[in-house]
Ligand binder design. Structure first.
Ligand code: C5P
Length: 233
C-alpha cells in the first residue's frame, strides 16, 4: 500500500522562528523539509535539533556539482541521519551515482531523490532559455528514468508529472511534489501548481507545502486541511 504524507517546507531564516512554528503543533509531528534558507542560516545544528524533537526530515539542499564534490558533500549529509535528501538530476547519472554511493558508504538509511525540473520553471522558459526542446512531461520522465538508472529512490517533480513518472519508473518510484496550493491561495512564484486533493488523484507519494501552511493565519489548521485533502478517501 502506497504511503502518502504532507511535508511542511520550513522556509524560515532563524532557529527561533522555526522552533516557534513547530511548537504550535501539539498533537502531531509533521514531516519537515529543511531547505537552503534555513540550512545556510543555522547549519547542521538545526537538523539535529528538529530531529531530536522527533520529526522526520527531508534535507532539501539540491546538490549539483562534479561527482567527486557531491560524493564528499553527500557523505556529510548522510552522517546527519536525515530521512530524505536530494540532488539535481541535471548533474548527470554519474553525479547521482556518486551521491548514492556516499549514502551507502556511510551506511545511512537516507532516501535519495532527484530534482527533475523546478516547479518554478515554465515549459516556455525551459525551451527558450534552457534550450531543452522536448516537452515538460517528456523531459521530467527522462530525468526520472536517469535517476532510477543511478539507483535513486525517486524524484521531485510537479504533481502534474507524477503520473508519467509512475508510468516510466514504476509504482514504487517515489514522487515528492511541491507546487501545492489550496484552491483559494495565491500562486506566488510557482508555475506548475495544484491542490492537495488533485495531487492525491495524480498519485503523488508526498506533497511539499510551504507558504500555504507557514503563511496561514492558523498553520495547524492549514496542515490538517492539507492532510485531510491529500490522505482522505
Ligand atoms: O512555499 P511553497 O509551497 O511554494 O514552497 C515549496 C518548497 O518546495 C520550497 O521550499 C522550494 O524550495 C521547494 N521546491 C520547489 N520546487 C522544486 C523543488 C523544491 O518548489 N522542484
Amino acid at each position: 500500500m502506497m504511503q502518502r504524507d504532507v511535508i511542511i517546507a520550513c522556509d524560515f531564516s532563524s532557529k527561533e522562528e522555526t522552533l516557534n512554528f513547530l511548537d504550535s503543533f501539539k498533537e502531531e509531528k509533521p514531516y519537515v523539509k529543511i531547505g537552503m534558507e534555513l540550512y545556510y542560516a543555522c547549519g547542521p545544528e538545526i537538523v539535529k535539533e528538529i530531529k531530536s524533537r522527533g520529526h522526520k526530515i527531508f534535507l532539501d539542499l539540491k546538490l549539483h556539482d562534479i561527482p567527486n564534490t557531491v560524493y564528499k558533500a553527500m557523505k556529510n549529509v548522510a552522517k546527519l541521519g536525515v530521512d530524505m535528501t536530494n540532488v539535481h538530476a541535471s548533474g548527470t547519472i554519474e553525479m547521482m551515482k556518486a551521491a548514492k554511493k556516499a549514502i551507502d558508504d556511510i551506511g545511512a538509511e537516507t532516501k535519495l531523490i532527484a530534482v527533475t525540473q523546478l516547479t518554478s520553471t515554465s515549459e516556455d522558459v525551459m525551451h527558450e532559455e534552457l534550450l531543452i526542446p522536448n516537452g515538460m512531461q517528456e523531459t521530467v520522465a527522462h530525468y526520472a528514468l536517469n535517476a532510477k538508472k543511478a539507483g535513486l529512490d525517486g524524484v521531485v517533480c510537479s504533481p502534474l508529472e507524477a503520473t508519467i513518472v509512475k508510468e516510466t519508473c514504476g509504482e514504487e518510484f517515489v514522487s515528492v511534489t511541491p507546487g501545492i496550493r489550496f484552491a483559494d491561495d495565491a500562486k506566488g512564484d510557482q508555475k506548475r501548481v495544484t491542490t492537495p486533493a488533485i495531487a492525491k488523484d495524480l498519485g503523488c507519494h508526498y506533497i511539499v507545502v510551504g507558504r500555504s501552511i507557514t503563511g496561514a493565519k492558523d498553520p495547524v489548521a492549514a496542515y490538517r486541511k492539507a492532510k485531510t485533502e491529500f490522505q482522505g478517501e
